[in-house]
Design a protein around this ligand. Structure first.
Ligand SMILES: NC(=O)c1ccc[n+]([C@@H]2O[C@H](COP(=O)([O-])OP(=O)(O)OC[C@H]3O[C@@H](n4cnc5c(N)ncnc54)[C@H](OP(=O)(O)O)[C@@H]3O)[C@@H](O)[C@H]2O)c1
Length: 259
């Protein structure tokens, strides 16, 4: 067996269909690109069409199979419509990545029901509803991979964690509930846990050089995260290679969480 064949048997995503929410920006975009380059047909879901188009055009120009669906995952109807449209492109997905997320940070005392509801809808309910929509089919077919992107704030408070930290803590629990239900049928459910990653999500912090340097110093590697740091971990969790890894949180954070 050549090393190429060996690697391909472990990690190739050829013949797989993936849906990546938030796949038009930051971490989700890097993950969508990684899965597509590893052979999967990828549907990226987000709201803004311009960003979706640029992402998909870049991948198709490289010879990858990719498409986009514009949808607002902030409402249950929006999620249902997104799921139907996404499955309509390349068929029912084998891989679901939930990277769409928002981080609104009012001080705890001023955190109103609107911020709570919006945060829970996008960060927690959308992943739950997409899991309900796609998980049983994956189990029936005997293969599936559900990957949620959570946060260090699922594990500890950090710069006004508020509703965001709560949503991410619950998302880690959701991964374990899904893993318990569907792992016996070949569907693994795990989370990727970023530390501080330079993306549009945290522009306010990442545009302050002093804060950026202070956060980098808290890692072990000595720098903050880049979206592409998630490529290898995502391909691993989406591939056959991770069949015995389920219900786990994989920290991709340069050692931040253990420093
Ligand atoms: N960057 C970090 O340091 C960091 C740290 C910990 C965890 N995370 C988590 O990593 C994930 C990705 O974050 P990122 O930094 O890559 O952020 P990002 O660059 O802001 O990307 C967020 C993505 O989610 C989509 N999105 C947001 N609200 C949506 C909605 N209502 N409906 C559909 N799509 C929606 C956005 O597209 P549209 O705006 O066009 O809809 C975009 O594609 C998030 O879950 C975040 O909580 C990030």
């Amino acid at each position: 067996m050549t090393s190429q064949t060996y690697l391909s048997e472990l990690f190739s995503l050829g013949d797989r269909v993936a849906v990546v929410t938030g796949g038009s920006s930051g971490i989700g975009r890097a993950i969508a690109g990684a899965l597509a380059r590893a052979g999967a047909s990828v549907v990226v879901v987000a709201r803004r069409e311009a960003e979706l188009t640029v992402t998909v055009d870049e991948l198709t120009a490289e010879g990858c199979r990719a498409a986009w669906v514009s949808a607002d995952l902030g409402s249950r109807d929006g999620v249902r419509a997104a799921a139907d449209k996404a499955a309509g492109v390349f068929g029912e997905p084998d891989i679901l990545v939930n990277s769409a997320g928002i981080n609104l940070r009012p001080p705890m005392g001023e955190l109103g029901e609107d911020v709570w509801d919006t945060t829970m809808a996008v960060n927690l309910e959308a992943p739950f509803l997409l899991g309900q929509r796609f998980g049983p089919g994956m189990a029936e077919r005997g293969f599936g991979r559900i990957i949620h992107v959570t946060s260090q704030q699922a594990h500890r408070a950090f710069v006004q964690s508020g509703a965001y930290g709560v949503s991410k803590g619950a998302l880690e629990s959701l991964a374990r509930s899904q893993a318990e239900a569907w792992s016996p049928y070949g569907v693994t459910c795990n989370t990727l846990v970023p530390g501080f990653v330079m993306t549009p999500l945290n522009e306010r912090l990442s545009s302050d050089p002093e804060k950026v340097a202070a956060l980098a110093a808290r890692t072990m590697v000595g720098r903050n995260g880049l979206a592409d740091d998630f490529a290898g971990a995502a391909v691993f969790l989406a591939s056959r290679a991770s069949a015995y890894v389920t219900g786990q949180a994989l920290f991709v954070d340069g050692g931040l969480s253990v420093h």
